[in-house]
Design a protein around this ligand. Structure first.
Ligand code: CA
Length: 442
């Protein structure tokens, strides 16, 4: 069990002035990892740490001798174009690197003074950088951990039997496709597929007419387990490197025709967008809370999914939002409209339970694998995390500020996910954006 340390103190400031602005997602208490390339100088992508409106080039700082011997191997691993090597090094190594970077970016340390003197060599402004996928994602699994989402969607398709009997016993998931995971900002092309909207009607092939987003949280796996071994619930958090935002784009018309009996397939595998910055579990330490209480009469999690630490603070208090803007809104400078706001604590299963369950049959989880939570929906209509629920299968269309109705996504729509953590006595930290524009089908 870890606790807050020197890096979390809310009064810490940085010599990078933009990191001290109250609204920044990236104060010195956050220090999320990502992979970037410099726009002008070119050169291979490498790992960096967000600070205010800039990126710390970690391996450049290592080359200049700014790290001690203890953190040096981890800092040098940041010269790679992906975070997998660092993720594999484990929670203690990442924590030590974080502590060193914190001292380096603070405005009240000797390390900070040395770093500020070479700021031009170790800092890159975000607008001079292009963000890449943070890791080589070997495997991607998407869960279904919100009981509110599962109940809402279930009630649309099976009004008499919304929640299947396994839901409260076993975390439900499916194997996603890592080849179509893209970083925030990448346009997403409307997929074509096979649909049958009327159960008695013809089967057609063409562009999806019911394109949707799903607001989710992703977790990157750290060291993981070897095949045949498991990850006990008490150790699961130490196998999670950090979290990002995930938009699991979904073609509802393709999905409803293909999903039985084996679950989602082509309705999901055309694109998944993730935010570029991975917020470490260490940074999230002040925002760990007890998971939502299960309803009276619900079964307790089985022993292998039940741990004292997970019960006490296995959830993360993250506020999550979806913003939508149409092409005509952007053309008329109309600000994006917020279409939902939810809380990650409303999930039925914790990330540790998802990881432990995933490895419980001996399936190896590898550094850089991504597991996603499933759509984050809460109990109220404005906390529903996808358009299918928000516009209730098209029967209650949203109205954009331009008067345009939205049942499902139209070409040119831009979906932006945001997430942040905030509580008294801690510095607010955020995830940045997870953004994508819908491009017309080819
Ligand atoms: Ca999903």
């Amino acid at each position: 069990m870890h606790a807050t340390d020197d890096t979390h103190r809310p009064e810490l400031g940085s010599w990078v002035a933009s990191a001290n602005q109250p609204a920044t997602d990236f104060p010195v208490q956050n220090l999320p990892f990502g992979v970037f390339s410099r726009v002008r100088e070119g050169g291979p992508p490498r790992c960096g740490i967000a600070i205010g409106d800039s990126i710390l080039d970690v391996s450049a700082a290592a080359d200049l001798g700014l790290f001690g011997e203890t953190e040096l191997p981890a800092a040098l691993a940041c010269a790679e174009p992906r975070l997998n090597a660092l993720m594999a090094m484990g929670a203690n190594v990442v924590r030590a690197l974080r502590a060193a970077v914190s001292r380096m970016l603070r405005d009240d340390t000797e390390e900070g003074k040395r770093a500020e003197a070479v700021a031009r060599e170790i800092l890159v402004r975000m607008h001079d950088a292009v963000m890449r996928l943070p890791a080589e994602i070997g495997d991607y699994t998407d869960f279904y951990a919100s009981v509110h989402h599962a109940t809402n969607v279930g009630s649309m398709f099976r009004p008499d039997n919304p929640l299947l009997p396994n839901y409260k016993w076993v975390p439900i998931g499916y194997h996603g496709r890592s080849s179509s995971i893209v970083v925030s900002g990448t346009p997403v092309r409307r997929p074509k597929g096979q649909t049958r909207n009327d159960p008695a009607g013809p089967i057609s092939v063409g562009p999806s007419a019911r394109l949707d987003y799903e607001l989710e949280v992703g977790a990157f796996v750290g060291p993981g387990n070897t095949m045949g071994e498991t990850i006990p619930i008490g150790e699961a958090a130490s196998h999670l490197f950090g979290l990002c935002l995930v938009n699991d784009w979904s073609a509802r018309d393709i999905q409803s025709w293909e999903y039985q009996p084996l679950g989602p397939f082509l309705a999901k595998s055309f694109a998944t967008t993730i935010s570029p910055w991975v917020v470490t579990l260490d940074a999230l330490e002040p925002f760990r809370v007890a998971p939502a209480e299960r309803a009276a009469g619900d079964p307790a999690p089985l022993a292998y999914l039940s741990g004292d630490d997970d019960r006490a603070r296995g959830a993360f208090d993250i506020t999550l939002e979806v913003w939508l803007s149409s092409e005509s809104m952007r053309a008329s400078n109309t600000p994006a409209m917020r279409v939902s706001r939810g809380r990650f604590v409303d999930m039925y299963w914790t990330l540790a339970q998802l990881l432990t369950h995933h490895a419980s049959n001996g399936c190896p989880m590898r550094a850089g694998d991504l597991i996603a939570s499933g759509t984050v929906s809460g109990p109220t209509p404005d906390s529903r995390g996808c358009l299918l629920e928000r516009a209730w299968r098209g029967t209650e269309p949203l109205r954009l500020p331009t008067g345009e109705p939205r049942r499902f996504l139209e070409d040119g729509d831009e979906v932006t996910l945001r997430g942040w953590c905030e509580r008294p006595g801690a510095r607010r930290i955020g995830f940045g954006e997870c953004r994508g524009v819908v491009a017309a089908a080819r």
